[in-house]
Write a protein that binds this ligand. Structure first.
Ligand code: NAI
Length: 327
């Protein structure tokens, strides 16, 4: 049988944590034959640490056969010690009256510290997924704070946007969601991201031809996917959690276990692909194999798509600019 791997999760007592940990523990992320040691980080404050204790009681009470150990801590260097996987979910939410730049700098402090801790103690092959917002920029900060780890180990979650887009396309075409291939989401995890079905197929048929409605693309599809997070907050009074956790499971599972040629979307550091400046963490279509992702290259970018890509890139560069003095 396999030896256990170490999975660190930050923000473990939060909403997404509550929807995520039980699925990791049951084997949905890394496989039903892969034991895991959970290393859970919460802020050191007593209330958060108590809430984390309660979550661990429930994990214990599930008697998951794959759980080989659980560590709870307020110290990133304990949580990330020898970690093979790190899901950085905890982040500072925007409070009342908080400006965008205050949010950026509050999170920059968190992700600088966590990047340094990863750099110091994590496995040299650690796979890092940043979920906490602003996810791309937080991933960029963590990556820049961990110079001894390969940059490619740092990724941001665009998978929720990808899954949202797939679900809208399935509903529009009346086809099963898992039949959709070659969907891409470009850019920032924010309403500026560009969900792109120009290359997508269902059972070999072109999705663009099946839908054959550019007005729907522009006026319904893109705004629906882009503003989905806000629509869920408006309806539920809380931000998406179960679907975010599900996307985190999908992202890590596909990265670790491979996609068999299927495209998925990951936010990954650019090496200049599609004209994106090096190291910007950008949503790209990727395939994965043997624990490595590869950006799908050579796709044709038409003028509408280029405009959208430029727009989401501009926002990312502004975010980077807003934190550069902290790096
Ligand atoms: P939440 O507020 O319920 O939980 C966050 C938890 O993180 C809290 O328990 C908090 O104590 C903890 N935390 C804060 N700072 C921390 C730190 N420095 N170290 C360790 N833990 C820390 O929030 P929720 O709903 O679980 O969302 C978490 C993050 O995920 C938010 O930033 C949210 O905007 C983001 N998100 C990202 C999505 C994506 O697609 N990339 C989708 C949905 C949410």
């Amino acid at each position: 049988s396999k030896s256990p791997v170490r999975v660190a999760v930050t923000g473990a007592a939060g909403q997404i944590g509550y929807a995520l940990l039980f699925r990791i523990a049951s084997g949905e992320m890394l496989g039903k034959d892969q034991p895991v040691i959970l290393q859970l980080l919460e802020i050191p404050d007593e209330k958060a640490q108590n809430a984390l204790k309660g979550v661990i009681m429930e994990l214990d009470d599930c008697a998951f056969p794959l759980v080989a150990g659980i560590v709870a801590t307020g110290d990133p260097e304990v949580a990330f010690k020898d970690a093979d996987y790190a899901l950085l979910v905890g982040a500072r939410p925007r409070g009342p009256g908080m400006e965008r730049k205050d949010l950026l700098s509050a999170n920059a402090q968190i992700f600088t510290a966590q990047g340094k801790a990863l750099n110091k103690v994590a496995s040299r092959n650690v796979k890092v997924l940043v979920v906490g917002n602003p996810a791309n920029t937080n991933a960029y900060i963590a990556m820049k704070s961990a110079p001894d780890l390969p940059a490619k180990n740092f990724t941001a979650m665009l998978r929720l946007d990808h899954n949202r887009a797939a679900s809208q396309i399935a509903a529009k075409t009346g086809k099963p969601v898992d039949a959709i291939e070659k969907l891409a989401v470009w850019g920032n995890h924010s309403p500026t991201m560009y969900a792109d079905y120009r290359f997508a197929t269902i059972g070999g048929q072109s999705v663009k031809q099946l839908i054959n409605d550019d007005v729907w693309n522009k006026d319904t599809f893109l705004p629906t996917v882009g503003k989905r997070g806000a629509a869920i907050i408006a309806a539920r009074g809380l931000s998406s959690a179960a679907s975010a956790a599900n996307a985190a499971i999908d992202h890590m599972r596909d990265w670790a276990l491979g996609t068999n040629g299927k495209w998925v979307t990951m936010g990954v550091p650019s090496n200049g692909e599609y004209g994106i400046p090096k190291d910007v963490i950008f949503g790209y279509p990727v395939t994965t194999e043997n624990g490595e992702y590869k950006i799908v290259e050579g796709l044709d970018i038409d003028s509408f798509s280029q405009e959208r890509i430029d727009f989401t890139l501009k926002e990312l560069l502004e975010e980077q600019d807003g934190v550069k003095h902290l790096l």
